[in-house]
Write a protein that binds this ligand. Structure first.
Ligand code: TXA
Ligand code: MG
Length: 316
């Protein structure tokens, strides 16, 4: 049996499989089996109010999982699937409440990763999967991140490093257009080519559970740096996640996330750099270079601010 076949067998038996997507590794279970989904929450130590994204490999599954048709869903699916985009849609009765944390909607996406698509097809069911990390900690972009930091997974399907590196953009539809619940590499501007953005309706908190101020948080203090605020700090045990190259002097360790100053590379390498510095005993402070909040920079700064949040008032 191939690795994907073994993993699919586990999914069919109601077990948990960590698998690659193009964004980050997911911790997957049969989305239609509430007992299997319950184990995701247990292993991740995830609060039950935080709903899961359901992964599909075929548009037929979209029909089964959602309650009614909306032309706009097909317009977006046609242009962005498979890809790093999740749509929050009215759910059908076959989706267990535990998947959606009791909400009447379900988040669905078709990942752009051959291994993931093959796993979903061979499992014969949609796969519910959050990122394969402990709740609130750094997302995994390598199989080794899952292995080292998340025990109790039944099987890890190794598909190498993920190609996008940050979680999918999440959207919902209103009567005026789409709203973004979580930023990702598919930006507002790209989506606006196909549908109007609704900036009239305020996003109700209840429609975006799981959007905490703190998230993706390393076990060590992380500080977001612009040009001035790190001038006087002690850099002898500090690691820098560097983008422009301008802040590198005096740091004991530097991880350059992009050679060409391309924001896509920042997204691809950001979580791996955080894992690396978190695991390095010679480092007790992580500094991450801030970028302009435009285009993909919006999603990158969202992750970095959340990583910094818990540490803001902690002295080192
Ligand atoms: O790229 C990704 O989306 C990755 C890979 C594995 O697919 N998954 C991921 O899942 O990031 P997770 O669990 O870390 O984030 C899921 C978030 C929830 O925290 C919630 O904010 C939102 O998706 N979500 C899911 N279902 C929703 C719903 N019905 N209504 C509103 N938000 C929902
Ligand atoms: Mg997550």
């Amino acid at each position: 049996m191939s690795n994907v076949e073994v993993a699919a067998k586990y999914i069919k038996e109601g077990k948990l499989v960590a698998f690659p997507t193009e964004t980050v590794y997911g911790l997957g279970a049969n989305a239609l089996n509430p007992q299997a989904v319950a184990r995701i929450f247990e292993v991740k130590e995830r609060p039950s109010f935080d709903p899961l994204i359901v992964h599909i490999a075929d548009l037929k599954e979209l029909d089964q999982l959602t309650a009614h048709h909306d032309e706009r869903v097909f317009i977006i699916a046609k242009h962005f699937w498979p890809g790093p985009l999740t749509m929050v849609l009215p759910k059908s009765d076959i989706v267990p409440d535990i998947v959606t944390s009791g909400l009447p909607t379900v988040g669905i996406r078709m990942p752009n990763n051959e291994v993931a698509l093959d796993l979903i097809s061979k499992s014969g069911c949609p796969i519910a999967a959050p990122s394969a990390n402990k709740f609130g900690s750094i997302s995994p972009t390598l199989a080794s991140h899952v292995k080292e930091k998340l025990a109790k997974v039944d099987y890890i399907l190794d598909g190498g490093k993920t190609s996008v590196g940050i979680e999918s953009t999440i959207i919902k539809f209103t009567k005026y257009g789409f709203q973004i619940l979580r930023n990702g590499i598919i930006t507002k501007e790209e989506l606006e080519k196909y549908l109007p953005h609704d900036d009239k309706t305020p996003i109700e908190e209840a429609s975006a559970p799981g959007m905490m101020k703190s998230h993706y948080s390393p076990q060590k203090k992380l500080l977001l740096a612009d040009n001035s605020n790190i001038l006087n700090i002690d850099k002898s045990k500090a690691g820098l996640i560097s983008f422009t190259g301008n802040l590198e002097s005096a740091f004991s360790k530097v991880i350059r996330v992009s050679e060409k100053q391309d924001l896509k590379d920042y997204a691809v390498n950001m979580f791996e750099a955080m894992h690396n510095l978190e695991d390095d005993d010679s480092i007790d402070l992580i500094i991450a270079e801030a970028v302009a909040e435009e285009g993909i920079g919006v999603a990158i700064m969202d992750r970095l601010r959340k990583a910094e949040y818990n540490w803001r008032n902690v002295k080192v």
